[in-house]
Design a protein around this ligand. Sequence first.
Ligand SMILES: [Zn+2]
Length: 362
Amino acid sequence: MFTWHWFAPSKPKKEEINYLQLISNLAQAANTIEILTVKCDTCGAQTTLEGNLVAKTCDFCDSPLIAGKGNTSIIEPASILTFKVTQNEGEAIFKSWIQKRWFAPNNLDKYVGQQGELRGIYLPYWAYGSNTVTHYKGQRGTNYYTQESYTDDKGESYSRTVTRTRWSPSNGTVRYLFENILTVATNSLPKKSLRKLEPWDLSALIPFEQRYLSDCKAAIYGVEIQPGFKNAQKIMQKEINYRIKRNIGGDHQRINSQDTNYNDIKFKHILLPIWLMTYRYHHKVYRFMINGSTGKAHGERPYSWIKITLIVLLLSAIGLGVTQAAPWANLFYNLLIINKLFVIKFSFLNLRRYRKLHMVCS
Ligand SMILES: [Zn+2]
């Protein structure tokens, strides 16, 4: 006698069937252009050429570009945001940034100055729009107050007001029209770093013309439209949740279930400008980026662990002078301060880990 074990096939999600297929159909119907590109064998980044020449090194990983050029078919960009920040202005932003890097190795600015080169490049993004209708089931929590008596340690009786919540069902529909939900369409740069360059001034987008790529390179999208739409759905979901909760009202809200219809889905391939510098320090690749439209900058940089160790020891010595009773507590406290001040996370396994600092250029 034995028991059968069987697995019911899991129900496919509605959106994966309908919307991703719909997006594929839209992509197939979109205009395409043939464009001359070169692909980096090391990181896979693919870019157009500047002046028909292949650069010596990859813009994204600084590896030598040995692959030949070839034609690639891409969905034609609909719009482009052109550079407002000039190369000279970008270099001034970089100089100011690198001079303010605390705990950077002493020779970093000279070292980067010798090998670093600020290169203008257009990055591919997908911009999605959809007219959404979401049916939801939830609960509205309304606070009410009751009096409660209690006895303190000394046996005295008191009364106090206690807040309680009464829950009632709340079902409904929210409608929201999403326009220009942006998702980056390249994996060649860290998404976290690119988010530091936001916001983009999308009101300044102009229709794309191929001549814009004659003086400046563009990266070719490596993220297709379907995964891009899934990323956009995550962004839309946050807004939908906010609107559902606002609709439910009351003092507290619970969302038990929701079902969104994405109507009139549309997408655009757009190109956004950045200045990018990729440099190596002790065989590790770091990148510095500027939003080519607003001048907002973000960079990765190495740390000098000698400098950090010295400052920790110095602060510990000060701490020891103040409270000799608990030297290790002081050392720990100082480490926490350093951590807070410089956004460095100490890893017990690998002290050479680094975190990225960012700055906003005014
Ligand atoms: Zn590369």
